[in-house]
Write a protein that binds this ligand. Structure first.
Ligand SMILES: NC(=O)c1ccc[n+]([C@@H]2O[C@H](COP(=O)([O-])OP(=O)(O)OC[C@H]3O[C@@H](n4cnc5c(N)ncnc54)[C@H](OP(=O)(O)O)[C@@H]3O)[C@@H](O)[C@H]2O)c1
Length: 382
């Protein structure tokens, strides 16, 4: 089976290596036939080209693997690949979460499929397990640490009592965080992964903007001191819940009891849990990023296509997000406490409160009204 590889960076070169090394008989059936690179100086292999059209229009190529990242031109190339009747595997959660509705439609019309195991949870077989669970069962909910960078920062901050800025810098020096870390620390990376998980878990395609999202950009040492004093750990969790007529989908820092299994996920690891009717709780843990772990997930998808084991992309249902269905108690530190007087169950200090039990939609509305860029919010589940 011939593969056209778009992008030869961290993930793309890992895919090239796994296929070229061919450790198993299945992988030896695959061949990276062409590789798209961006700059003439990168043309170091006869398979490499600067022309995307040469790859996308090559009738010999069966599968396009997109590992370029970003929205464009990744979206245009993937669309063209599907229109040309080629299967697509992508590790690009941002692009796919933004355009999945359109791309799935085009795939269906052209009798091909789009695969994205690596886009969500890197090397962890999270998407495959959702597909497998869904053959027999209904998913009730999922939650997870979908972002290793923020998990690393939160763990190091609480262990070393150091500032967010220091630990972000450390994560950048270790290569865990990008130079512009906004997608990670503002929760948008997790939001894309929650959106793609909703496709598999609930058969529903969502507009990512409808997923309520809070990140950790404003977390302070005082917030983590509160956790330590109360035997809690802070984790950034992505969540989805099925309520039949609607779903809840949200990203929020959570203060968890130390006995919660998520409280003990270390460093830059990912951990994701599904809860379904007959299987109950099942958890997946591992490297959510890195060249070979992520490439492993990409190659698993290619082998599925080659073995014709690609799960059919079902019709997606127009079930909308309603975060009034999720209720919790929230820790809020804000420079504008006057906006939260009605919500407070307890004032921890002049600017920090614990709310009464209330819906996520309601508290998100209050946060929006307060318009306080210093505000930090976490759900307290312990
Ligand atoms: N790294 C991980 O562990 C990981 C894990 C899971 C998912 N992902 C996702 O996988 C995707 C790729 O990530 P990555 O870490 O491999 O990124 P990367 O190291 O930056 O690799 C992307 C490569 O694609 C090239 N590229 C970009 N636009 C191109 C174009 N128009 N034509 C040809 N080449 C182009 C880039 O070249 P230049 O550098 O010259 O721009 C770069 O070599 C992203 O969507 C990321 O979110 C990554």
């Amino acid at each position: 089976m011939k593969i056209g590889l778009l992008g030869y960076g961290v993930v793309g070169s890992g895919v090239g290596k796994i296929i070229d090394d061919g450790l198993t008989w299945e992988v030896r059936e695959l061949e990276v036939a062409r590789i798209l690179v961006k700059d003439e100086s990168e043309l170091k292999d006869p398979r490499m080209t600067l022309s995307a059209d040469e790859i996308l229009n090559d009738p010999e190529i069966d599968v396009i693997v997109e590992c370029m990242g970003g929205l464009e031109p990744a979206h245009t190339y993937v669309r063209k690949a599907l229109e040309n009747g080629k299967y697509v595997v992508t590790s690009n959660k941002k692009m796919l979460a933004s355009y999945c509705s359109e791309l799935f439609d085009i795939a269906r019309k052209n009798n091909v499929t789009v695969h994205y195991e690596a886009a969500c949870g890197g090397g962890i077989p999270w998407m495959a397990s959702l597909d497998r669970t869904r053959r027999v069962d209904d998913i009730i909910s999922f939650r997870g640490i979908f972002n290793g960078t923020t998990n690393y920062i939160l763990e190091r901050m609480s262990k070393e009592h150091s500032s967010f800025a220091d630990k972000l810098k450390e994560a950048q020096e270790l290569g865990y965080a990008e130079r512009d870390p906004s997608d990670d620390i503002d929760g948008y990376d997790v939001r894309s992964k929650v959106s793609l998980s909703c496709v598999k878990a609930f058969d529903t395609v969502q507009n990512t903007e409808d997923i309520t999202t809070f990140g950790i950009r404003t977390i302070s040492e005082a917030d983590l001191q509160y956790c330590e004093d109360h035997g809690l750990a802070c984790k950034l969790l992505g969540n989805g819940e099925f309520h039949h007529s609607c779903i809840s989908a949200y990203v929020i820092p959570v203060f968890l009891g130390k006995e919660d299994v998520f409280a003990n996920i270390p460093l830059n690891f990912n951990a994701i849990e599904s809860n379904s009717l007959t299987l109950g709780r099942a958890m997946f843990y591992g490297q959510g990023a890195g060249s070979l772990p992520t490439a492993h997930a990409v190659v698993q998808n290619i082998v599925d296509i080659w073995k014709n084991q690609d799960p059919e992309i079902n019709d997606k249902f127009p079930v909308s997000i309603d975060n009034s269905r999720h209720e919790g108690c929230y820790y809020i530190r804000t420079g504008k406490p006057e906006f939260f007087l009605d919500a407070a169950a307890e004032w921890i200090s002049d600017n920090t409160l614990l709310t009464k039990k209330m819906s996520l939609q309601k508290v998100a509305g209050m946060v929006e009204q307060a318009d306080d860029e210093t505000l930090f919010i976490a759900e307290v589940t312990a």
